[in-house]
Write a protein that binds this ligand. Structure first.
Ligand SMILES: Nc1ncnc2c1ncn2[C@@H]1O[C@H](COP(=O)(O)OP(=O)(O)OP(=O)(O)O)[C@@H](O)[C@H]1O
Ligand SMILES: [Mg+2]
Ligand SMILES: [Zn+2]
Length: 449
């Protein structure tokens, strides 16, 4: 192998490679994201013989191709379980529970498979300490605190694990290139090696990666292209739950979410998220409406509350928490003009429960109906969820990703939904009963006031 040292500039956001420094990344449009790295370019050796191609019909698949993680929620996100030879990237903010989740998965897999957990972050004792908390007692998980990749490779060759955990990619380094630990070049190189290892053996590889402030996987966003699945482990700042979602999945849908709660004994699956998320909801309360927002690449159900009360002032007060103040005033104006609600003498408070900030107009209709419900002092059916944007003429406008919102509502156990009549993508085969509204008046009638 010939070695040649080169200086490269990498976009620390997406991994774009350039020979000179660039102010703006031509690939992902990030500013000032380029970092200089020394790299020893290694010329790839020519293989001795080519892997023989096979007719697709003749390729045999083992029956147990899918390996259950032992978690219903994780399997759901994976598309039914891990696939042998699959390489996955799990990322999330510091301290969110990545190591905990993976160690718990390792515990489950350890019953039937050989697991190697390589941590460059923690000592074996620290991993053992966490293991105690998670109730890991057996010898089924091999733990290594090695962070040199060549050594990890030696351990893999000797132990031949079925499942390998790298915690985390940023703490591993390969001696084959000169770049420092944690650099884009290192992450890329190690991932490429892992990819080869995983595809050549039937070993499933889970790589943990840290996320940067702006949500990118620190440096090796380029990893996303190389791996089979990219999973994000997130905590909603104002909720107690943690969610696992896939951003990319070659072997399953990428719109599934798994929900967990962090407890003393580790992560506990939340198998009934509707109950969990909306557990503090006063179901028969007027002014309460459930809707679905679409955040990033997933739908979240949330409660919108409105309180309309007689004002002690000439001019009613309007208070909005979690939603655009001007947008609320627009909705109130439409309710006055098109529905004839006398709201000018009332104080109106609108609250997105849980402290979430929502900027999506798809929540308009839920807010309009929450205000109407409170004004008329009549509660809205607890099994009904409401989705739609409201236009200035009182028309209900279509929303994006209705399928995912409805899927989430179904998953959360809702029976009915009011949706925009003109929506281009009405979910096919929805179990939920869909009521289509073309304008605000129609939507109000559908809530059976
Ligand atoms: N005894 C405990 N009871 C409940 N929760 C705990 C307990 N001990 C730790 N935790 C939770 O576990 C979290 C840390 O989990 P973990 O170390 O798996 O996260 P991580 O994503 O791997 O973090 P890092 O990025 O630092 O590696 C803490 O933030 C805390 O919420
Ligand atoms: Mg960790
Ligand atoms: Zn970039």
């Amino acid at each position: 192998m010939k070695k040649k040292t080169k200086t490269f500039f990498y976009c620390s956001n997406c991994g774009y490679e350039s020979l000179k420094w660039l102010g703006k990344c031509p690939d992902c449009s990030s500013w000032n994201s380029f970092v200089e790295e020394q790299q020893v370019a290694t010329k790839n050796p020519t293989p001795k013989e080519a892997a023989a191609p096979e007719m697709i019909g003749a390729i045999e698949i083992k029956k147990d191709m899918r390996i259950s993680s032992g978690f219903v929620e994780v399997d759901r996100v994976l598309g039914g379980g891990f696939i042998s030879g699959e390489i996955l990237l799990l990322s999330g903010e510091p301290g969110i529970g990545k190591s905990t989740l993976v160690l718990q998965i390792a515990k489950n897999l350890g019953r039937d498979y050989k697991v190697l957990y390589c941590s460059g972050e923690e000592s074996k004792e620290q991993i053992k300490y966490r293991g105690n908390r998670l109730g890991i007692t057996g010898e089924s998980i091999l733990v290594s605190a090695e962070n040199n990749f060549e050594n990890v490779q030696r351990i893999i060759e000797k132990e031949q694990p079925d499942f390998l955990v790298i915690d985390s990619i940023q703490t591993m380094y390969t001696s084959e290139i000169e770049s420092a630990q944690g650099t884009v070049a290192q992450a890329r190189e190690i991932s490429a090696k892992l990819l080869k290892l995983a595809k050549n053996s039937a070993m499933t590889v889970m790589i943990i990666g840290h996320i940067t402030k702006d949500g990118g996987i620190a440096g090796p966003k380029v990893l996303e292209h190389m791996v089979d699945a990219v999973l994000y482990f997130e905590g909603e700042r104002y909720y107690q739950y943690r969610s696992l979602r896939s951003y990319k999945n070659r072997f399953g849908s990428s719109s599934e979410i798994g929900i967990f709660e962090m407890a003393e004994e580790g992560l506990v699956e939340v198998l009934n998220p509707s109950k969990f998320l909306l557990q503090e909801r006063a179901e028969e309360a007027p002014g309460s409406v459930i809707t679905a927002v679409y955040e990033g690449s997933r739908a979240i159900l949330l409660e919108v509350q409105a309180l309309v009360s007689d004002s002690h002032y000439n001019q009613g007060r309007r208070v909005a928490t979690g939603y655009d103040y001007n947008r609320i005033n627009m909705i109130i104006a439409v309710l006055e003009k098109k529905i004839g609600l006398q709201l000018s003498g009332s104080d109106i408070y609108v609250n997105i429960v849980g402290g979430l900030k929502v900027s999506e107009p798809a929540v308009d209709l839920a807010i309009a109906l929450a205000i109407t419900s409170s004004f008329r002092n009549k509660s809205i059916d607890k099994d009904l969820m409401i989705i739609g944007e409201v236009g200035l003429s009182g028309e209900v406008r279509s929303v994006s990703n209705l399928d995912q919102r409805i899927a989430e509502a179904e998953k959360m156990g809702f029976a009915k939904a009011i949706v925009p009549v003109h929506n281009k993508t009405l979910p096919k085969g929805a179990k939920i009963s869909l009521m289509k509204a073309s304008n605000l008046a129609e939507a109000i009638r559908l809530t059976e006031f």
